[in-house]
Ligand binder design. Structure first.
Ligand SMILES: Nc1ncnc2c1ncn2[C@@H]1O[C@H](COP(=O)(O)OP(=O)(O)OP(=O)(O)O)[C@@H](O)[C@H]1O
Length: 671
């Protein structure tokens, strides 16, 4: 854009000869340019300072405001213009130099190459911010007569000129995510439950009586996770469970190992052994699990290792009435209450009910808090069960002047000479899962003390990786049982049930656990399979009552049910012997769900197969998710239409039966 208009200067002098005027104008122009340069050089330090300030202010300003200023304004007298600046412009306007001075300063910059054109006279005053260099204005648009530049002046901005702008947001420096060292450098646990076995006698810390019990249960060697965790846990109870070694608080343990790798015994054995030396029955170990069935399974394992000992195990899941459960926890005596359970296995909701409503139920002597399926339990933290437990553990009985008040448990604080001079029973948290989160933020909710991680998988780079599991994405983060083979079956929505029937009938699959994504899907598939006939099937979901679920699981375990159609209620932890195949009728949305579902087979070193039925639209995403998860190989298993053809007539008949059954159910439900 034009910087100045020589003709306007030429005006008064042009009365005589135009050429003379032209010459004078040029001379004047050169003089002005010289003066401008001189001033520029004099002002350089101040300008640089101001430019820095302006740049900083520019960065703070929001973009639309900047744009407004550029457009409107800066015009002299603009209400947006700072007062000082306006005054300066006014001074210049009245200073007599008029356009000449304006030109001197007019060699100032425009806000940017894309700023809208403005009248020359305003251009001079609108960009009056100190430190702006007019030289750039020349650079911003060609001068009307480039030949009139002073010799040596380049057409581009001079080297020391300051450009307005630089408002572009500077990118914040990238922060490298990092994991706390306990997460980044776990104690590695062997993966193979067939090769990395440790004979029972190689861990002498386990009491001979306990070893005998293990052998009686058919266990001659420890699985890798047990060989790592049992000694670590026993070490923290080496002086009895009341005081940790040296009076120091023991570290909390986190264990991440594949499904079916024996995590349950990894805590049952040391906890039982530690409590065997207790004198008075108190709740010393609390195991919290997400589902009733799982709690029942774990309490069964505790029972099998505590029978013929004075230790008592109570199960509180809501399967029995509150009163019945209360009777298994406490007994009213003449002088108060007597505790009846050393180990309590509970679901979180029912546990809180007992903390609130069971008189005499105390957790003040709790030594071990086991959180099984820990990642799932962290998800249920909104129920606030953990703060309630911790509060109950450190509940004070009042009476500070009581002689035993000194020995009363207090919330742990920093370890100091004073704090260890009066040792108290520690509370140790033990976390177990096949898909333990590595997200430090999530783990922080558990208030772990110097946690120690045992893991079969490689350390992760950063918490970002750890976060991804919730999005269903990961990078080789979970270990799968070695004996598990993964398959997928491409099919359409219509042929999905047929594919299941084909796998069971034609391939002679027995003891199959089939997962759907909702209880409605489970129910309908069950009705359809029943209507089709030839398969002993059952359903397992929240549609069934607890007792019905218990019966179904038992029958499935006994081999009386060929196909168990279930929601994710059985996806975690359930240990049913002899499950040879898992079918994902509905593809799981998240990797964690996949890991747990397929982990119901190929347990304890056995082999198993997992089939996932995939619609065309699901194929790419699902296969990518598993590839990134480190699934060794995903075999494609095509079922050609010709194979399904013979099943079709029976299938069509079953479909119409299903339709009638669904209608009938709706009719019955209708008010
Ligand atoms: N040392 C061992 N030798 C032989 N069998 C074992 C051993 N330890 C555990 N098992 C058996 O392995 C099976 C799986 O164990 P467990 O249920 O503890 O696995 P898990 O790691 O907790 O699996 P999930 O993550 O699915 O809950 C059980 O049937 C158990 O009896």
């Amino acid at each position: 854009m034009a910087l100045f208009h020589v003709a306007r200067y030429a005006g008064p002098e042009a009365a005589g000869a135009e050429a003379e005027a032209d010459g004078r104008a040029r001379a004047l122009l050169e003089r002005l340019q010289c003066r401008a340069r001189e001033r520029q050089q004099q002002k350089q330090p101040a300008q640089q300072e101001a430019a820095r300030a302006s740049e900083a202010a520019g960065r703070r300003r929001r973009r639309p405001r900047r744009a407004r200023r550029r457009e409107g304004g800066g015009a002299a007298g603009s209400p947006h213009e700072p007062k000082g600046k306006r005054r300066k412009v006014d001074d210049e306007d009245t200073g007599g130099a008029g356009q000449g001075r304006g030109r001197g300063r007019g060699i100032r910059v425009r806000g940017g190459a894309d700023a809208p054109p403005r009248p020359v006279s305003r251009a001079g005053s609108s960009e009056e911010a100190p430190g702006e260099s007019g030289a750039d204005a020349e650079g911003a648009g060609p001068p009307e007569d480039p030949g009139e530049r002073p010799p040596g002046e380049a057409s581009g901005p001079p080297a020391r000129a300051l450009l307005l702008g630089g408002f572009g947001r500077n990118r914040a420096p990238k922060v490298q995510p990092f994991l706390p060292s306990w997460l980044a450098e776990p104690s590695c646990v062997g993966k193979s439950v067939t090769e990395d076995l440790v004979p029972i006698e190689d861990i002498p810390e386990v009491h001979p009586d306990m070893q005998k019990k293990l052998r009686a249960h058919g266990i001659s060697s420890y699985f890798p996770v047990q060989a790592a965790v049992i000694p670590a846990l026993l070490e923290s109870t080496a002086n009895g469970f009341l005081v940790a070694r040296g009076g120091y608080r023991p570290r909390d343990l986190c264990v991440s190992a594949p499904t079916g790798s024996g995590k349950t015994l990894a805590f049952v054995i040391p906890v039982v052994q530690a409590l065997l030396c207790r004198a008075v029955c108190q709740v010393r170990a609390l195991v919290v699990l997400p589902t009733k069935e799982l709690a029942q399974q774990v309490s069964k394992v505790f029972n099998s290792y505590t029978d013929a000992t004075p230790l008592r195990v109570a199960l509180v899941t809501g399967q029995k009435s509150l009163v019945k459960e209360q009777e298994s926890l406490v007994q009213k005596t003449a002088d108060g209450f007597r505790c009846l359970a050393d180990v309590v296995v509970a679901t979180p909701g029912r546990l809180v009910d007992h903390i609130d409503q069971t008189p005499g139920f105390s957790l003040q002597h709790l030594r071990f808090l086991v959180i099984d399926e820990a990642d799932r339990m962290i998800d249920s933290m909104h129920q606030s069960w953990l703060p309630r437990v911790v509060e109950a553990v450190f509940r004070s009985d009042g009476a500070k002047d009581h002689p035993l008040a000194l020995l009363q448990r207090r919330q742990p604080q920093a370890t100091t000479a004073a704090s260890i001079s009066c040792p108290q029973m520690p509370l140790q948290k033990l976390l177990f899962s096949a898909t333990l989160t590595q997200n430090p933020e999530k783990l922080q909710q558990l208030g772990l003390y110097q946690p120690w991680l045992f893991s079969t998988r490689l350390a992760r780079r950063g918490p970002r990786d750890a976060d991804e599991d919730e999005d269903g994405d990961s990078g080789g983060k979970y270990a799968f049982p070695a004996g598990l083979s993964h398959h997928y079956v491409p099919c359409s929505l219509r042929t999905k049930p047929l594919a299941v029937l084909h796998l069971i009938l034609e391939k002679n699959f027995s003891r199959v656990l089939c997962f759907t994504n909702s209880r409605e899907n489970s129910h309908r598939l069950f009705l359809l399979v029943q209507a089709f006939g030839g398969v002993t099937a059952a359903e397992f979901s929240s549609r069934c009552g607890p007792s019905q679920r218990k019966v179904v699981l038992k029958q499935f375990e006994q081999g009386k049910i060929q196909l168990l159609i279930s929601t994710d209620a059985t996806a975690r932890g359930i240990d049913v012997q002899g499950v040879q195949r898992v079918i994902n009728y509905d593809a799981p949305q998240y990797l964690r769900t996949y890991v747990h579902r397929v982990g119901r087979t190929a347990r304890a070193g056995k082999t198993g197969q997992a089939f996932t039925l995939l619609l065309k639209v699901q194929e790419r995403k699902f296969l990518r998710m598993l590839a990134e998860a480190g699934v060794p190989e995903m075999a494609r298993h095509d079922i050609p239409n010709e194979i399904l053809q013979p099943l079709l007539p029976q299938y069509e008949e079953a479909l119409s039966q299903l339709e009638r059954a669904v209608k009938e159910e709706r009719r019955q439900k209708a008010p």
